[in-house]
Structures are given as structure tokens and as C-alpha cells.
Design a protein around this ligand. Structure first.
Ligand code: FAD
Length: 460
């Protein structure tokens, strides 16, 4: 690699994986040019469209990402869907290296009858709706029912339950969209059940999110002490973070309430609970067949030990009436382009340490590399590792030598296809507009949710 040649690198996706990969590349190579392609008009992936509006502190990473974007060797190219507007092969020809950091855009289907009924939706779409993801704005979920059921017991399930049950006035000063707030104000949902196939020792959420649920104003927690029989001793053997979480669950389930907490719970108008050892079997239709009216759950028992514990059906079932079913059984990555290997079973791009197998010069980071689990900090560590591997390959002369045109070539292709990319300064205009629209209501921002309007604001 000649010292005169500026390494041209592009990253696909502007979520935490894309930005942390770019940050590390720019910091550890003093010439590399990094272009970040993003299909949305706005950056930051799930930090903007996933993280709950009442967790603003989590979104502080945006400040670091903004610093990265301000580097003169970094450029944001929004409004470009890779795989549709430009192929990965075209990017590989224009750049010395391409990093795929495009996350997990789909949800795992339940694969049960009735899943298509109105009243059933994915937690992914529900989250996208309250967070202003343009493609989910038409969702407008029907919250006129008394009971909602969430399938899956991870942090996303708790986020959704919390948003459904938090008194709307507590969300007024967040960046939740005005439309979502309007529907939540009229919501009739009083009870939310969070259903899992396995037991209290296998839940996938973390202690902070559980504590928030237990302390939710005006809401009582329902746990069945029978689910916790015999767990007291087993909890002592589980590893540390899970031990603390399990202890909190156990205490909440079996301890007698003090007078203050008892009166708080007695006056609560809403409730949430965890239903264990239940696997979804069928969404039950209303008598006219037009709407979800309940869910049939297969009762399960556990087989095996430790992390390998599996839920197997006992043959019994239970019907739970509800008007809203939200499936929160996981996000899922999609293949981006036929030229890129994809493992449909694991839902990831096959890779070793971030090097895409059998495709020199192609790398991956974040959820599309590891699968859709892990917090932003995990995604950061993982992205730094991919960047390190790429820089090692660059140093070892494993990437194409000689100059590459980088964005100049892609810009010409995009313009011939009628695609108009947006820049980071375009985002800053939209950002300023959002902040100013939020000001009157005391919100950090009122998100723009209509892509056409955003393009108009940018003069496109
Ligand atoms: P993403 O954040 O999904 O970014 C991928 C980006 O790629 C997106 O911007 C997408 O638009 C873009 N893209 C997709 N396809 C294309 C394409 N074809 N062309 C161009 N661009 C494309 N972590 C925490 O630490 N704290 C939290 O409170 C928290 N809350 C969460 C709440 C929810 C509902 C979810 C789902 C996750 C949450 N996480 C949280 C986890 C965190 O969001 C992830 O660890 C992280 O976002 C993964 O980063 P990523 O860059 O791999 O994916």
C-alpha cells in the first residue's frame, strides 16, 4: 500500500456499529477517509429509533457520534439504501474496504396461526412507531383494549410494557412523538402480561429495567409465588448479575409488602406481570374473526440445566384474553445483496473476527456480525475489534493497492439513478428544526416523521 494512497473506506449503516467503527478507523489511521452510508435520512440507527424516549441518558452517545461525523475525513451519506440504490460490489470497487454495519431490520415471526390478525404486531414496529421511524407511522396501534400481552421477556419487552403503562404526563417531556403520546393518553390498557417460555431464572432482561417496572407510578406488579418455589437455593449458584436480578424477582414475588408499598399497590389502577412457562400457540380471533381477542398458550416445563435449559410443552394449554399482542421474540438481520454471504439460520454475515468469510476487503460489525443482542457498549467493543482487524489487513498489504475513487465514483452512480444523498449538515438542519418544534412543549425535540417533509425542508 503506497504511503501516498489515501485509504478509502466505507461503512454501511450509521447506528452505533457504523459510528464506532468509523471513530476507531479515524483515530488509528491518520489518513483514512471514511464514508458512512445510511438508508434513512437521519443518522444513529437504534439510538434514535430503538432506545426508549424515557432513557435520554442512553442517547448521549450521539454527542460522540457527532464529533466523529465532524471529522474532515468522515462523511455521512444518508438516503442511500445499499443493496437497492448501490450494490455492495460497486462499493467494493470504489473503496479499498467496505464494512457492513447495517444492524437487524426485521423481526422474528412467531410462526403461529392468527399472527396476521389486526391487534397483533411486532414490538419492533411498536417501538418504531413511538420513536418516529417513518415506515411505522401508519401503525397507530389500537389501545382501546383492557389487556395487552407481550411475548418475550427481554429488555425490549420491558421497554414496550413501560411505555404502555407509564402515566402519559411522565412522557410529555421526552422525545416520544406527539402522535404516540396522543394515542397513549387515550389508552384503555390497564394490564400488561409479559410472557416467557421458560422460568424466572431464564429471563433475558436486566435489573435496571426490572426495577423501573416494579417502581412504575400507579402500577402494581403481579408475580405468582408458585413460579418461584424451590428457587431460593438455586439462586445462590447462578452467576453474579443474574443472581441479583433473580433475587429481586424472588423478593418481589414472595415478600410481604410494607404498609407504604401495600397502600401504593392497593391504589394502583394499572398492573403488569410476568407469566412464566408459557409458549404462544395461537392468536385467538374475536367472534367476527376480525380482530385478536386472546392468545392460547402452551404450558411448558423445563428440561436440561444452566443456559441450555429448554422449555418443552406439557400438553396443557391456557387461554389469555387480550386485545393487543406484541411479539418481542427478537430482531433479525436480512441479507443485503446477493454478492454478500449470509447465514439465514444464525441471521448474521458469516465472519471471523469481523472479516467476511471468502470476501477480501469486506468486513462487518455490530448486530449484523454478532446477532441482534447486546447493548451499545457491547456493540462498541465489537466494532473496535472489526476496525482493528481491518487496519491490520491494511498494514499487511492485504487490501487492494493503488488509488480508489471512493465517493466520487459512487456519487456519479447515484446521480445517474436519481438518488439524492443527504449530508451531515443536512441532518443538522433537520435536528435544529426538531429541537425548535419541541421547545414550545418543553420536549428535547419533536421528531420529524415524514420523509417527504424532511426532503422539502432540505430544499430537495
Ligand atoms: P443499528 O442501531 O440498527 O444500526 C444499523 C443502521 O443501518 C440503521 O441506521 C439502519 O437504518 C442502517 N441500514 C440498514 N440497512 C441499510 C442499508 N441497506 N443501507 C444503508 N443503511 C442501512 N442499548 C443500550 O445500551 N441501551 C438501551 O437502552 C437500548 N435500548 C434498546 C431498545 C431497543 C428497542 C432495541 C432494539 C435495542 C436497544 N439497545 C439498547 C441496543 C442497541 O440499540 C444496539 O446494541 C445497537 O443499536 C446495535 O447497533 P448496530 O449499529 O449494529 O445496529
Amino acid at each position: 500500500f503506497s504511503t501516498q494512497t489515501t485509504p478509502q473506506i466505507c461503512v454501511v449503516g450509521s447506528g452505533p456499529a457504523g459510528f464506532y467503527t468509523a471513530q476507531h478507523l479515524l483515530k488509528h489511521h491518520n489518513q483514512a477517509q471514511v464514508d458512512i452510508y445510511e438508508k434513512q435520512l437521519v443518522p444513529f440507527g437504534l439510538v434514535r429509533f430503538g432506545v426508549a424516549p424515557d432513557h435520554p441518558e442512553v442517547k448521549n452517545v450521539i454527542n460522540t457520534f457527532t464529533q466523529t461525523a465532524h471529522s474532515e475525513r468522515c462523511a455521512f451519506r444518508g438516503n442511500v439504501a445499499v443493496g437497492r440504490d448501490v450494490t455492495v460490489s460497486e462499493l467494493r470497487e470504489a473503496y479499498h474496504a467496505v464494512v457492513l454495519s447495517y444492524g437487524a431490520e426485521d423481526h422474528q415471526a412467531l410462526g403461529i396461526p392468527g399472527e396476521e390478525l389486526p391487534g397483533v404486531c411486532s414490538a419492533r414496529a411498536f417501538v418504531g412507531w413511538y420513536n418516529g421511524l417513518p415506515e411505522n407511522q401508519a401503525l397507530a396501534p389500537d389501545l382501546s383494549c383492557d389487556t395487552a400481552v407481550i411475548l418475550g421477556q427481554g429488555n425490549v419487552a420491558l421497554d414496550v410494557a413501560r411505555i404502555l403503562l407509564t402515566p402519559p404526563e411522565h412522557l410529555e417531556k421526552t422525545d416520544i412523538t406527539e402522535a404516540a403520546l396522543g394515542l397513549l393518553r387515550q389508552s384503555q390498557v390497564k394490564t400488561v402480561w409479559i410472557v416467557g417460555r421458560r422460568g424466572p431464572l431464564q429471563v433475558a432482561f436486566t435489573i435496571k429495567e426490572l426495577r423501573e417496572m416494579i417502581q412504575l407510578p400507579g402500577t402494581r406488579t403481579i408475580l405468582d409465588p408458585a413460579d418461584f418455589l424451590g428457587l431460593q437455593d438455586r439462586i445462590k449458584e447462578v452467576p453474579r448479575p443474574r443472581k441479583r436480578l433473580s433475587e429481586l424477582l424472588l423478593r418481589t414475588a414472595i415478600e410481604k409488602l410494607g404498609p407504604e408499598e401495600a397502600s401504593r399497590q392497593a391504589s394502583a389502577s394499572r398492573a403488569w406481570g410476568l407469566r412464566f412457562f408459557r409458549s404462544p400457540q395461537q392468536v385467538l380471533p374475536s367472534p367476527d374473526g376480525q380482530q385478536a381477542a386472546g392468545i392460547r398458550l402452551a404450558v411448558t416445563r423445563l428440561e436440561g440445566v444452566g443456559e441450555a435449559t429448554r422449555a418443552v410443552p406439557t400438553g396443557e394449554t391456557e387461554d389469555l384474553p387480550c386485545g393487543l399482542v406484541l411479539s418481542s421474540v427478537g430482531y433479525k438481520s436480512l441479507p443485503i445483496d446477493p454478492s454478500v454471504p449470509f447465514d439465514p439460520k444464525l441471521g448474521v454475515i458469516p465472519n471471523t473476527e469481523g472479516r467476511v468469510v471468502d470476501v477480501p476487503g469486506l468486513y462487518c460489525s455490530g448486530w449484523v456480525k454478532r446477532g441482534p443482542t447486546g447493548v451499545i457498549a457491547t456493540t462498541m467493543t465489537d466494532s473496535f475489534l472489526t476496525s482493528e482487524v481491518l487496519l491490520q489487513d491494511l498494514k499487511a498489504g492485504l487490501l487492494p493497492s493503488g488509488p480508489r475513487p471512493g465517493y466520487t465514483a459512487i456519487q456519479a452512480l447515484l446521480s445517474s439513478r436519481g438518488i439524492r444523498p443527504v449530508s451531515f449538515s443536512d441532518w443538522e438542519k433537520l435536528d435544529a428544526e426538531e429541537v425548535s418544534r419541541g421547545q414550545g412543549a418543553g420536549k428535547p425535540r419533536e421528531k420529524l416523521v415524514d420523509s417527504q417533509e424532511m426532503l422539502r425542508l432540505l430544499g430537495c
